[in-house]
Design a binder for this molecule. Structure first.
Ligand code: GLU
Length: 502
């Protein structure tokens, strides 16, 4: 039913980088649009110039690209509802605010003592709220004749325009995720729609744009749920049909200290930016998921399941599969906790699909140290070590010993084995190695496992000789990979090192 008709928008304010919540909002909008053959729009809500951060826009565009969730229309993509920057639509907002003024849904307010009033209320333990109870005691057009207003507008350059909330209504609203919501309009204040600098506030611009851009569904963060009533009242005042609303659950910090935000980016022990962000004031670069080695596919997969579930017991989905399965009904109502371990698990799951990247990474690394290997050898190494890594770059710390003979040894263990007995054991092992005709892990295992008494020790000695540390994959596999000659050389090297020491 929604086919070819859904129009959704991602409408970030350019106040810095996107965090996990922001990019997830974009993703859900994208998935919803694609699921219904609709249009995904990018609108930049930049009316608040004080909070403007110049490189945020390019950051947003680059992030969407990296995640493969590019808009069909909007900033950077063009479209029939141009311009998609709110800062270029100020005249449109002025035109529409005049309609509200004429119909009596908005009024001029000239008050200069609001801060003072707020303080007075505070001192009395009350909260000041510019609402229907006090507006008739304030300096605004509701308390003036037409003539007085005219004179005031002539003499006073600074005013704001406020929405005139009608009290006494139980406003019935519907959120696609949360269901029915009832708001008592007595509790709403008269929000500013046009600021004293003549610029529309978020509420006014957002409502007008969603209407003019024919947005059918507004999917946005839960932090905007409290604004929904004002937005519904604005649509009604204009005589427009509101879009459907769906407020997405917050992404919460695991430490229970509320939602994640850009402000606590430094104090968190997990990254919250999709791609790196250069802090304009300090030029400090905060790495994002991209720089830390997460694949965009795994990042997107993880993010999609952070607040939504497909209703089946499966966790790995390609973008197309996410589109197929996506539905608003299966979005959580309550906040979701972010789990870095799970994010890493997702990345691991995507390693197999990205083996070529691991291959290129290894080639680069080897080129830098002037080591040249056969392709087959590299692929084999990737196959036998991939289980141990979560990220492409981790391949090196799990495979360096296949290329470089150790020059030093883990000192704790080395000191323990610095005696003649170890030399004898290594010498014996060396003889066995040199007499093995079929140098395969299977053969070698059978050979060395026979000596039940010493096999544990000899395996450790081999590990030290071949790897340098007590780490690495199955030791017989390492022997097979290195081959007879190299293995024996490494064993001899350790023997000599022990001899030097004792
Ligand atoms: N500009 C708002 C933000 O940055 C958009 C809210 C909305 O989607 O309505 O979150």
């Amino acid at each position: 039913m929604l086919q070819n008709f859904v129009r959704v928008r991602f409408a970030p304010s350019p106040t810095g980088p996107l965090h996990l919540g922001g990019i997830r909002t974009a993703l859900y909008n994208y998935l919803f649009a694609k699921k219904h053959g609709g249009t995904f729009i990018l609108r930049i809500e930049d009316t608040d110039r004080k909070r403007f951060v110049s490189n945020s826009e390019s950051y947003i565009l680059e992030t969407l690209k990296w995640c493969h969730i590019e808009p069909d229309e909007g900033v950077g993509y063009g479209g029939p509802y141009y311009p998609y920057y709110q800062s270029e639509r100020l005249n449109i907002y002025r035109y529409y605010i005049n309609q509200l003024l004429e119909k009596g849904y908005a009024y001029y307010a000239f008050d200069t003592d609001i801060d003072q009033k707020r303080k007075e209320y505070n001192d009395r333990g009350l909260t000041f709220s510019y609402n229907y109870r006090i507006r008739m005691d304030m300096d605004n057009s509701l308390t003036m004749t037409k003539k007085q207003l005219h004179a005031k507008l002539q003499s006073c350059s600074s005013y704001v325009i406020r929405f005139k909330t009608q009290p006494g209504e139980k406003l019935n609203m519907y959120d696609l995720i949360r269901g029915n919501i009832i708001v008592d309009t007595d509790h709403l204040d008269d929000k500013i729609l046009l600021k004293s600098d003549g610029v529309a506030t978020y509420h006014l611009a957002n409502t007008i744009d969603d209407h003019l851009m024919k947005i059918t569904h507004v999917l946005r963060g839960e932090e905007w749920l409290s604004s929904m009533s004002l937005h519904i009242l604005l649509y009604r005042s204009f005589g427009w049909i509101p879009p459907h609303f769906a407020h997405l659950p917050l992404i919460l910090r695991k430490d229970g200290k509320g939602k994640i935000s850009k402000r606590n980016a430094d104090s968190l022990d997990y990254p919250i930016f999709p791609i790196q962000w250069k802090v304009p004031e300090t030029q400090i670069i905060i790495p994002g998921y991209r720089e830390l080695g997460y694949f965009p596919e795994s990042f997107v997969n993880m993010l999609a399941l952070l607040g939504w579930n497909p209703g089946i017991k499966r966790e790995i989905f390609s973008l197309q599969e996410l589109i197929n399965f996506f539905s608003l009904e299966k979005i959580n109502k309550s906040g979701v906790f972010f789990d870095l371990k799970k994010a890493n698990w997702f990345n691991k799951k995507y390693l197999n699909k990205n083996k070529k990247e691991i291959f290129s990474f290894l080639c680069e690394k080897l080129k830098k140290v002037s080591i040249f290997c056969k392709k087959d050898y590299l692929w084999k190494i990737i196959h036998i070590t991939i289980d141990r890594i979560y990220f492409v770059h981790e391949i090196w710390e799990h495979s360096f010993y296949f290329f470089i003979s150790p020059n030093s040894y883990e000192s704790n263990f080395f000191n323990k084995i610095c005696h003649q007995k170890s030399i004898d054991q290594l010498e014996n092992a060396k003889i066995l190695l040199s007499h093995t005709s079929q140098f395969t892990s299977l053969n070698l295992r059978n050979l060395f496992q026979e000596d039940r008494k010493n096999r544990h020790k000899i395996m450790q000695l081999f590990r030290l000789a071949l790897v340098g540390v007590l780490k690495g994959i199955d030791i017989f596999m390492i022997l097979e990979m290195l081959g007879k000659e190299e293995s024996i050389q490494r064993v001899e090297k350790l023997i000599n090192k022990i001899k030097e020491k004792i």
